[in-house]
Design a protein around this ligand. Structure first.
Ligand code: CMP
Length: 414
């Protein structure tokens, strides 16, 4: 965290202090004078911090006077003056109206946003929730104190100040979130107007909060929502084209597999907007899972792995799908991450069933001849393909990779 971030924390804490403390002061609680002066001096310091942040954020030069003139800044400049100290020295303690100016300092609570912007790696939900969590209690408190200042409606002012405050909080909360329950209502015209104003604020503020919370809940499982949306569209499409039941079941099973194994996303298409460097780091990370599965890759040096990882392309095959047919041209080498693949001879008999961690399709690439057999997915298969060009590149720079594959090939031919 840099210096400005620390100053923003001071500004936010100052706003909360002012927002919670001064309304209580304004509704009649009289603290010892030394506490009063201490708070006033604190506000002066916080206001200097706010003035510094104003110039920092707006990039304005304090020396070019007309360019920075701004009402918000003038209010901060007024808050710098320690009024309570001055009036104390002048033996005058009637400075209530001055406190109202200090209360305006609470508006700097909005520093929360630039403060959070200083943490680029935070989850989006934090950006949305933290300002709400911090500002809501402050708003309820301010409205409750205003209500007490107006006489607390039919609830009146109790002998116990805590009870008066709790009743006012209850009234503020119920009026903001609903239209109030009517158990505490306005008596005077001013109270009625205040209640109307609070209801209007409630409609705006709580409407905003509710829509945000609803949005947050919906977004909390964005992948599932996206998946459900896709399923709905596919179901409509299948009904429109009167797709036979058997094919429908296959399509649904495929999407179910994609959801349970990849949360609906194909790795290659994800995060395409990222810069190339970050993309390759990401691909390296995602494709690393194959290393633990393929025995000979586990011992491979990091240079070979790095080259291989960025060139592998992830693919999914459904049960019964042909990955390639006998006599096709050899276009890639395949690594099985999960699932099983049948190798079927030209005559139609199963020569081998390969499992997780095995590779196939090497013969055509090494011998430059057509495929010697058909490869067919036996179950759902997560497969990594290394294209022929990439294979040629890797084998020319890492001959031991090629010789290992040749060894496996010789054993298979034998
Ligand atoms: P390719 O000829 O390119 O295409 C068919 C693939 O099946 C072949 O490469 C091998 O990878 C694989 N294959 C062929 N025979 C066997 C075997 N006996 N055991 C395992 N895999 C095989």
């Amino acid at each position: 965290m840099n210096r400005t971030q620390y100053l923003r924390i001071i500004s936010i804490c100052g706003s909360l202090l002012v927002g919670f403390w001064f309304p209580i002061r304004l509704i009649g609680f009289v603290p010892p004078i030394y506490l009063e002066i201490f708070f006033d001096l604190l506000i002066s310091v916080i206001s200097i911090v706010n003035i510094y942040l104003y110039f920092y954020d707006s990039n304005k030069n304090p020396r070019e006077l007309p360019s920075w003139f701004n009402l918000s800044l003038v209010l901060d400049l007024i808050c710098v003056v320690p009024f309570s100290l001055i009036s104390f020295l002048m033996l005058d303690t009637t400075f209530h109206s001055i406190l109202l100016f200090n209360l305006l300092c609470a508006r700097h609570i909005r520093q929360i946003r630039p403060f959070l912007d200083g943490f680029p790696s935070l989850q989006p939900i934090i950006y949305r929730l933290v300002p709400l969590i911090i500002t809501m209690p402050l708003l309820v408190h301010l409205i409750a104190c205003g209500w007490i200042a107006l006489g607390s409606g039919t609830a009146g002012i109790d002998d116990d100040p805590t009870l008066t405050y709790v009743k006012a909080i209850y009234w503020a909360f119920s009026t903001l979130t609903t239209v109030g329950y009517g158990d505490i209502s306005a008596k005077t015209m001013l109270q009625m107007l205040y209640a109307c104003g609070t209801q209007i604020i409630g409609v705006g503020v709580f409407g905003f909060i509710l829509s945000n919370v609803a949005g947050l809940l919906a977004r909390s499982d964005a992948a599932r929502e996206h998946h459900m949306d896709n399923l709905d569209k596919i179901e409509t499409y299948m009904s429109l084209h009167k797709i036979p039941i058997e094919l429908r079941t296959k399509i649904r099973t495929y999407y179910h597999y994609m959801w349970t194994n990849k949360k609906g996303y194909q790795d290659d298409t994800l995060l395409e907007d990222l810069p190339v460097k970050i993309q390759s780091e990401l691909i390296l990370h995602i494709n690393k899972s194959i290393v633990s599965k393929v025995p000979f890759l586990r011992d491979a040096d990091s240079e070979l792995l790095g080259e291989l990882m960025t060139k592998l392309k992830s693919r999914v095959f459904v049960p019964g799908e042909k990955i390639f047919k006998a006599d096709d041209a050899g276009d890639a080498l395949y690594f099985i991450q999960s699932g099983s693949v049948d190798i079927i001879s030209r005559e139609g008999s199963i020569i081998a069933t390969l499992q997780d961690g095995a590779f196939f399709g090497e013969m055509a690439l090494i011998s430059d001849k057509p495929r010697s057999a058909t490869a067919k997915a036996h179950s759902f298969c997560d497969i990594y393909a290394l294209s022929k060009d990439a294979f040629d590149n890797v084998t020319s720079s890492h001959p031991h990779f090629k010789s290992h594959i040749e060894d496996v090939m010789k054993k298979r031919v034998a």
